[in-house]
Design a protein around this ligand. Structure first.
Ligand SMILES: C[S@@+](CC[C@H](N)C(=O)[O-])C[C@H]1O[C@@H](n2cnc3c(N)ncnc32)[C@H](O)[C@@H]1O
Length: 257
């Protein structure tokens, strides 16, 4: 009995420490808005009904104990796509439609974006997707090694002031995490319509060493991937005269490093 209590206490203490760690990470990593306009009733309904079903349980998010994808999806995904900061989820929705056999994880801390995505998919097949309304790094840090086939970072927040550059999602620290979870030859797509950020992302990603950039000329980074459909955010930028940069990298095979 004493042993039982002892084990429970240890477990409880571990959870408490991990929860404290999680909220520390959250404070550190998610910047910007989590809520804007009040939600329309139908969006709130999508949050109430679908988020509890599709959100990755918090007790799976421990850096020191990697989560089981089999437990999360009910099967081991052959192909796994991860989208970081999916906004209203237009890109993720299209990916799900065009790759019905693949599996998807999307993170978006902004409730208005999450509700838009859940509303879009509520009447479509959605068994293959899991979401997190929080910092994408919480889930990426919990994923096992070499399990992801595609990572998408589309139009991340630019944080233009130099003193805020450390908040940019493409950083050496986060690229270490991407490199760990990506399979050999997996793909990383980064896009932006902010020229200074495009330069930052290329430099950070090439300098990291685990990623290869195959672009030969401006034509390559100005041309969207095949079957591309611009998100509302991207279209607005184009209407305002900004041009989009598409940076596609491959995770180098570990044996070649
Ligand atoms: C400029 S918006 C782009 C949205 C979408 N990717 C698109 O291209 O339309 C950037 C998004 O990243 C989200 N974001 C910022 N930091 C994040 C983080 N640490 N994890 C996940 N999402 C994040 C923001 O909430 C915001 O919705």
């Amino acid at each position: 009995m004493a042993d039982f209590h002892g084990k429970n206490l240890t477990l409880w203490m571990r959870c408490a420490v991990n929860l404290a760690e999680l909220s520390e990470q959250r404070k550190r990593r998610v910047y910007g808005r989590r809520q804007g306009r009040p939600l329309h009733a139908s969006r709130q309904e999508a949050i109430d009904n679908l988020l509890p079903v599709l959100e990755i349980p918090r007790d799976m998010l421990f850096e020191d104990k990697k989560l089981s994808l089999e437990k999360l999806f009910g099967v081991t995904p052959k192909k796994l796509h991860v989208e970081i900061g999916f906004g209203s989820g237009e890109h993720l929705d299209l990916l799900m439609e065009s790759h019905p056999d693949d599996f998807f994880i999307g993170a978006e801390p902004y409730i208005n974006g999450m509700s838009a995505f859940l509303k879009t998919i509520e009447n479509k097949p959605h068994d293959h997707v899991r979401v997190l309304m929080d910092d994408a790094l919480l889930i990426l840090n919990s994923l096992p090694d070499s399990c992801v086939d595609f990572i998408y970072v589309l139009n991340p927040d630019p944080w233009p002031k130099s003193r805020h550059h450390k908040r940019r999602i493409i950083s050496q620290e986060n690229l270490n995490v991407f490199a760990r979870v990506m399979k050999n030859n997996a793909q990383l797509l980064e896009t932006t319509d902010v020229d200074d950020l495009a330069e930052w992302m290329v430099t950070q990603t090439i300098n990291h060493g685990a990623f290869e950039w195959h672009a030969q000329s401006a034509q390559d980074w100005k041309t969207p991937p095949p079957n591309w459909s611009a998100t509302r955010y991207e279209s607005k930028g184009q209407q305002a005269g900004r041009s989009q940069t598409y940076l596609l990298f491959t995770r180098k095979a570990r044996e070649s490093l």
